[in-house]
Ligand binder design. Structure first.
Ligand SMILES: C[S@@+](CC[C@H](N)C(=O)[O-])C[C@H]1O[C@@H](n2cnc3c(N)ncnc32)[C@H](O)[C@@H]1O
Length: 358
């Protein structure tokens, strides 16, 4: 069935007002027609829809390798340190991580890729080939249970890809964004838990026009992932803000196609990416509820400055040819400049089972 027929059918089933989050779920994850179920990946530059930090070079993976090595040390250097990456896409972060790890940490490191996107699986099978062969990397399916492990859960741009519902406060009632037969619109609806959360996080009380997004599936995913992490680090990289900042600036769905971005989420379902800012306050609260502690989130720029060995990198880059050296510098600038990824992306860290927060 074609995507527009799927949406028409859902409109009929929903009395002609389909919540935006239900639309997003179908547009991205319909088993045959969903954007993230297509045989070709959306990532990259020329002819693609968007790039992520991994397209810019290996520095994020290299910085993470050092960060995870410290987590491994904090766990008293276990013989196996498993890194599970949900939403792993092409497996490039795993590749960069495995390529950068050194010494006894590299021996302990096992990377687990989880992403049912067929394009992701195919590209990851190539990127991770040497480690798949040696048993240092493996795949798991999203529906499979996750065997308990010690190590880390790592994600880059996973949470922004979960179906999310925009809400806004009129001054008297909550409205949710919907698609009708005439196009997008807003309908009055009971905001339930979402409304209570927004009200609790509006710093000066709710103002007409305040609004944010609510990701219904977040608690279940957090519980599933954290339930498996016996001890270690949870680290998520994504764009978003605290709950109060999202409310005051207004948050909605964004559509990416061919490296342009707009708010026309209802157009071309299955052919363009849909995404929403992550509510980091809520993610942290759910992590605490799952028993993790010491959580906090900082801008990617600050995280890189705290965790990347910038002086060592600078010295090592002197021996590269000028093209390679400039590429590394560009990679670093992309990760740290405020208008690029430096302030738009945040890194959240939390600890499972008694690890301290530093
Ligand atoms: C925005 S892409 C990011 C891919 C990759 N991390 C990168 O940075 O290039 C989001 C990915 O998350 C995957 N995804 C969404 N929900 C997931 C879940 N519950 N478990 C695992 N992967 C998921 C999608 O299939 C998609 O490939």
């Amino acid at each position: 069935m074609k995507m527009h027929m799927i949406i028409d059918e859902l409109l009929r089933q929903n009395s002609l007002a389909l919540p935006a989050s239900d639309f997003m779920a179908q547009a991205l994850y319909h088993p045959e027609q969903g954007y993230y179920r297509r045989p070709l990946g959306p990532w990259g530059f020329e002819g693609k829809d968007y790039y992520t930090a991994l397209d810019l070079g290996p520095l994020l993976g290299e910085a993470l390798a050092l960060r995870l090595e410290r987590a491994w040390e904090r766990l008293d250097r276990p013989g196996v340190f498993t890194v599970l990456e949900p939403g792993a896409g092409r497996g490039w972060l795993g590749r960069d991580l495995l390529g950068a790890a050194r010494g006894a940490f590299a021996e302990a490191l096992v990377y687990v890729h989880r992403d049912d996107n067929p394009a992701a699986r195919e590209m990851a099978a190539k990127a991770l080939e040497p480690w798949l062969e040696s048993g240092k990397a493996r795949f798991i399916q999203e529906g499979d249970g996750i065997a308990p492990f010690s190590g880390a859960i790592l994600s880059n741009e996973l949470f922004d890809a979960l179906p999310a519902q925009p809400w806004r406060w009129t001054g008297e009632a909550w409205e949710r964004e919907v698609l009708t037969a005439d196009g997008p619109g807003w309908e009055a609806s009971d905001a339930g838990e979402a409304g209570a959360w927004f009200a609790a996080h509006a710093e000066d009380g709710l103002q007409p026009g305040d609004g944010s997004i609510w990701c219904e599936g977040l608690p279940q995913l957090v519980a599933e992932l954290c339930g498996a992490l016996q001890a270690g680090l949870f680290l998520a990289i994504d764009y978003g803000e605290s709950a109060s900042r999202l409310l005051s600036k207004g948050a909605g769905l964004r559509r990416y196609k061919g490296h342009t971005v707009d708010g026309r989420w209802w157009e071309e379902p299955g052919e363009s990416d849909l995404t929403a800012d992550v509510d980091f306050t809520r993610l942290e609260s759910l992590l605490r509820g799952a028993g993790l502690s010491g959580s906090g989130h900082v801008s990617l720029s600050r995280w890189i400055r705290e965790h990347a060995p910038l002086a060592d990198w600078e010295e090592a880059w002197q021996s590269l040819d000028s093209v390679a050296r400039v590429k590394r510098m560009e990679n670093l600038l992309q990760l740290t400049l405020p208008g690029m990824m430096g302030e738009r992306f945040r890194v959240l860290e939390a600890w499972a089972n008694g690890c301290s927060a530093s």
